[in-house]
Design a protein around this ligand. Structure first.
Ligand SMILES: [Zn+2]
Ligand SMILES: [Zn+2]
Ligand SMILES: [Zn+2]
Length: 141
């Protein structure tokens, strides 16, 4: 997903793509990986942005609402927002050390989405898949 696509999605869902919101979107795309709202806010501050903390928080909530990002919890209190590039994202998460491995394999999730779409009459727009377990290192320890 690029800035233009996200901008279009905001409009499509009836949210004005204001300059401040688009600044948050741009920072999000530049940031990569996962971040809390405060991480993103601090990153924006460090690049000289004047967008306020509340705007960053509200924009992330808005982007979660329209499926551009999803919140996930990784052991600490604050939600990490994950950018759903191409509408999906996958994690293997170690329950002991919280190590997160990204993986690309998606065929079963796509099959499942299709089955669920047919069964429940849903128009599926994406998924955040998290598979939990214990990593190699922690198993050895
Ligand atoms: Zn581990
Ligand atoms: Zn990830
Ligand atoms: Zn997927």
């Amino acid at each position: 997903m690029n800035k233009i696509q996200i901008e279009n999605k905001l409009s499509q869902y009836g949210h004005r793509p204001t300059a401040a919101r688009l600044e948050v979107v741009e920072a999000l795309l530049n940031f990569h990986g996962h971040m809390t709202a405060d991480d993103l806010y601090e990153h924006m501050q460090s690049t000289g942005s004047s967008v306020g903390r509340m705007t960053v928080f509200r924009t992330l909530d808005l982007l979660a609402e329209i499926g551009v990002v999803r919140p996930t919890y990784q052991g600490s209190g604050a939600a990490h927002f994950v950018l759903l590039e191409d509408g999906h994202h996958h994690h293997l998460v170690c329950m002991r050390c919280a190590q997160t491995v990204e993986f690309a394999e998606c065929s079963f999730a796509e099959d499942l989405s299709q089955q669920l779409a047919e069964k429940h009459g849903f128009k599926i727009e994406g998924h955040l898949l998290e598979i939990y377990g214990v990593c190699k290192k922690c198993q050895a320890g």
